[in-house]
Design a protein around this ligand. Structure first.
Ligand code: LRH
Ligand code: MN
Length: 413
């Protein structure tokens, strides 16, 4: 990136924004402060049931995953935390892992439990976990979540994300109400185990791996359960966990209205839970979601700092690190564009029923090229002006392959 080009494009944009009474410097500091957590399970090549194509140089253990996230943080200055998944990332020595992470400027966001696979535990989760008709399986799943909380406490995490694959593949297979009741009772035991300064993030998903019903399929069911657990239980919105054409920005507004939004798993999708790169398919939807977030926080319905920002993606054809660099940029751009919305003018249009005017206000912001702002924030924070170019120019993947081998395989999906 030619620094002169950046300087000229940033000063031009600052001038344009200044003419509208918007201080570019304020936006730069808001963008710098906005950090997004990287999932520990998205540093290797993901796969589907039809195949997995290794990328080479994948992190072979938790320490190498932290090094990769440390590199992302150094280049982009957009991430300062990792979200771990247990048992894929059990720290052998929690203190050593915590120190390693701290030396890389990384902290631990919400922990993720896993009662959707069998990994050697005594009782199988094939027929469900917290909703299983066998109380011994439910107890095992509750115990697993309590163990994940203990690991999180030793690393300084402040949250537990629970996503359940529990459900059924055929009509008649499950008793809907009993499954919901057992799940709620089990979650009450888990909620009783989270420290007072933690939150429980309850993730919903309409289908997959079960294809007839899922015990927690939508935001409403998750919200109903959270209300029964307590005020530190909130709803986690994974962007890929919605049926086609769902108005996700409205769900975000509704959850904020109820101070029930736990946070996000950012990704994108065309059809189902495709776990594609955030902003690669529906960038306008992502912008509209940030418009609701900024509006909700500005109007005091839910505090910005109470929301968790995490990526949840899987890379089948891209280099995971290149993908995460792109995703961190796309999320920062959507946030920056939403900061440009003239909220006063939008409210006036809404109150006056000026439908055309309202769209003009939104699109004026969305169509503004904010890349100089996001770049300036990165440069001011000591990051690379063009992290992807740097990553390729420095042949970092080749160096990782030389260090870790072309067949190294990261734990995770
Ligand atoms: C389920 C999900 C959940 C994770 C998993 C890796 O689809 O979104 O958040 O546990 O992906
Ligand atoms: Mn998710």
């Amino acid at each position: 990136m030619n620094t002169d080009f950046h300087a000229r494009s940033f000063s031009l944009l600052s001038e344009q924004l200044g003419a509208k009474g918007i201080k570019a410097a304020e936006l730069v500091s808001q963008i710098s402060a906005f950090q997004i957590a990287v999932p520990s399970w998205a540093l290797g090549a993901g796969g589907t049931r039809f195949g997995r194509f290794s990328i080479g140089g994948e992190p072979r253990n938790l320490e190498e995953k932290l090094e990769d996230i440390g590199l992302l943080s150094k280049l982009t200055k957009r991430t300062d935390a990792v979200s771990l998944h247990i048992p894929w990332d059990i720290p052998q020595d929690a203190q050593a892992v915590k120190q390693k992470a701290a030396s890389l400027g990384i902290s631990f966001d919400a922990m993720n439990s896993n009662t959707f696979q069998d990994y050697g535990q005594p009782l199988s989760y094939k027929m469900g976990s917290l909703s299983n008709s066998d109380s011994a399986v439910r107890a095992q799943a509750v115990e697993h979540n309590l163990q994940v909380i203990e690991i999180g406490k030793s690393l300084g995490s402040k949250g537990l994300t629970v996503w359940l694959a529990d459900g059924s593949n055929f009509p008649g297979q499950a008793h809907f109400r009993k499954a919901l009741q057992w799940t709620t009772e089990s979650l009450k035991e888990i909620y009783a185990g989270i420290p007072h300064d933690w939150k429980l993030l309850l993730e919903y998903k309409p289908y997959e791996p079960n294809f007839y019903h899922t015990v927690i399929p939508d935001w409403g069911t998750s919200a109903l359960i959270c209300r029964q657990l307590g005020d530190r239980a909130k709803v986690l919105v994974d962007l890929g966990h919605h049926l086609p054409n769902t108005n996700i920005e409205q769900i975000v507004a509704t959850l904020m209205h109820q101070n029930l939004l736990a946070g996000f798993h950012f990704n994108d999708s065309k059809y189902g839970d495709d776990d594609l790169s955030t902003g690669s398919v529906k960038p306008y939807q992502l912008f509209l979601i940030f418009c609701e977030l900024i509006g909700g926080a500005a109007e005091g319905v839910q505090a910005w700092d109470s929301i968790s920002w995490m990526i949840d993606a899987s890379h089948n054809t891209k280099d995971p690190l290149e993908d995460l660099i792109q995703v961190l940029e796309a999320i920062s751009q959507a946030f920056a564009k939403a900061l440009l919305v003239d909220r006063e003018k939008l409210t006036q249009c809404q109150n006056e029923g000026d439908v055309v005017g309202a769209q003009e206000v939104l699109q004026e912001a969305f169509l503004t090229d904010v890349r100089p702002l996001v770049r300036e924030a990165r440069i001011q924070s000591g990051g690379e002006a063009a992290p992807l170019d740097f990553y390729r120019r420095e042949k970092i993947r080749e160096k990782l392959i030389a260090q870790r081998g072309k067949d190294s395989h990261a734990s995770g999906l």
